[in-house]
Design a protein around this ligand. Structure first.
Ligand code: XMP
Length: 517
């Protein structure tokens, strides 16, 4: 299966090794033009084949003067496709078009004042004569060849913006994609509209229409599709999209492991069966999971046990869906970029949802392959999924099983579910649920002495974990207001029997991880 064209109009973001390529791609999409990240080794012929509406060269850490500096096939400039270069990308255009890139004595980093020339050109038209931009460069373009107009400068970059309208070549030395640059989005939009003549019609509604058609083409008139719902946003949105495309030929499987958050299973049944009218095989398998977890203390063994039981239960449920040959998977665009592949052949397993079997062969249906997480959420909302699902925090496949240190028992899960519910409810009440990456409770399996009323107690402690993060690779502990922590602590101790102490985890990642296990 090749990835089909998800839009009529697209911009290629050529990655020169900057941390900003993804951000640029997202900004273009926010301007309602579909964008795709490609490596700088792409040839002019490959670009022509993709027929983009415009091309953006990203920034990058190298100097154009060093050996091995990443270049672009010079024939790309002759394709008659408008190009915008950003930072290194702008320097590269200057370098390859016979301008001069000087090796500066010192660079410019952070906020810088940009002075726009009287002829502000296409990109800066409509912006003030001086504005704050965000810089991160060492070299600087000092001269552009004939045909290029210089439209702005900064104290250390005499050519901070340039354009050759006739040839459709544009460049900015600064980073319009970052929020610290005033009018940055305006510059990107001007490039798209005026530079490329883009219609800017890529919306979540158009994404849904396109994907529905693609799914119908892939699955055909007879194909049956199966989808494992984890309770997370990706599988939920993928299922809703596929359902829109193939209706009752989709069957979802939801395995209640007994390790879900409070109320989660009911909500999944409510949303998918009653609301979305999707056929759902709901397997309540808690007893089986607890039985196999009995006496297991080692965290890896716990994960293995949960994963194995999940496979068994899923296999049994799958057998009920006679003739299912397609499996829905909620793969997102960042996963595709990371794996470096754009084509997915028949592959065997997937690692979410506690790991599906390695040896079942399905054709994968991956309707979210072209989307970033925030776009998946927007599609979910457009499809009528409730906020509780669309804005759900990441939740590990093995569920609360990885938030209980030591043996996992139904009694411990019940304590943790109650405490966790309070933490999440209070975060929501405080209006912080979209700011906080994850907030939850952990049962460390530590008992300590306390005093409640006139009684001495010896009971469990609960740890509150709340972190901010962009991508879960790194995270910082959330600076929650003391009053909020106070409310959580009192409620947990008053409302959850068996808990007499609450602590707050103030460890970032690294050195900690987000979960406790
Ligand atoms: P750590 O604890 O490694 O977690 O900092 C990073 C992120 O991954 C989530 N997580 C999982 N997600 N299956 C998942 O789908 C898993 O087995 C799993 N384990 C951890 C975790 O919640 C955090 O967002």
């Amino acid at each position: 299966m090749t990835t089909p064209d998800p839009a009529d109009e697209s911009v290629l973001v050529v990655d020169f090794g900057a941390q900003y390529a993804q951000l640029i791609a997202r900004r273009v999409r926010e301007a309602n033009v579909y964008s795709e990240i490609v490596p700088h080794t792409i040839t002019a012929a490959e670009v022509r084949e993709k027929a983009p509406t415009g091309i953006i060269f990203s920034g990058g850490p190298k100097s154009v003067h060093v050996d091995g500096a990443p270049m672009i096939d010079p024939e790309v400039y002759d394709l008659d496709i408008p190009v915008l270069g950003i930072c290194y990308g702008a320097q590269l255009i200057a370098h390859q078009q016979d301008g001069t890139v000087g090796r500066n004595e010192r660079g410019e980093y952070g906020r810088t004042e940009l002075t726009v020339d009287a002829d502000s050109g296409v990109m800066l038209d409509g912006t003030p004569p001086t504005q704050t931009v965000w810089m991160s460069h060492f070299d600087a373009i000092t001269e552009m060849p004939d045909g290029f107009d210089v439209t702005a400068s900064t104290p250390d970059a005499p050519v901070a913006a340039f354009e050759d309208r006739a040839r459709g070549l544009y460049g900015v030395q600064y980073h319009p994609e970052v929020v610290h640059t005033e009018h940055g989005q305006h510059v990107i939009e001007r490039f798209l509209t005026e530079g490329c003549g883009a219609e800017r019609s890529w919306t979540m509604a158009s994404v849904i229409d396109t994907q529905v058609e693609l799914i119908q083409n892939q699955v055909g008139d007879e194909g049956r599709v199966i989808c494992a719902l984890s309770g997370g946003v990706d599988s939920a949105v993928a299922a809703a999209l596929v359902h829109k495309a193939v209706g009752d030929r989709l069957t979802c499987v939801y395995v209640d492991t007994g390790l879900m958050r409070k109320g989660e299973s009911d909500q999944i049944v409510e949303t998918f069966e009653r609301h979305q009218k999707i056929e759902l095989i709901h397997v309540s398998a808690a007893d089986r999971f607890f039985e196999h977890l009995s006496g297991v203390i080692d965290p890896e063994e716990k994960r293995k046990s949960i994963g194995e039981q999940f496979i068994r239960v899923f296999e049994a449920a799958k057998a009920q869906v006679v003739g299912a040959q397609f499996l829905v998977q909620g793969t997102l665009y960042p996963d595709v970029i990371e794996s470096g592949t754009s084509d997915a052949a028949k592959i065997k397993s997937h690692h979410n949802v506690g790991g599906l079997p390695d040896d079942i062969e399905f054709d994968l249906v991956e309707p979210l392959r072209a989307l970033f997480k925030d776009e998946v959420r927007a599609v979910g909302t457009e499809l009528g999924l409730p906020d509780e699902i669309v804005w759900r925090q990441p939740f590990p496949g093995p569920g609360l099983g990885v938030r209980i240190i030591g043996e996992v028992t139904p009694e411990k899960v019940a304590i943790l579910q109650e405490a966790d519910f309070i933490v999440r409810e209070e975060i929501k009440k405080a209006g912080l649920d979209r700011e906080i990456w994850q907030a939850f409770a952990v049962l460390p399996g530590v008992n300590s002495v306390g005093v409640m009323g006139d009684e001495r107690t010896y009971a469990d402690a609960i740890i509150i974990r709340a972190v901010t993060s962009e991508d879960a690779m790194t995270a910082d502990w959330a600076r929650l207001p003391y009053e909020l922590l106070d409310t959580m602590s009192s409620r947990i101790i008053n409302e959850v029997a068996g808990v007499n102490r609450v602590a707050y985890d103030i460890t970032s990642k690294p050195p900690g991880t987000i979960e406790w296990e």
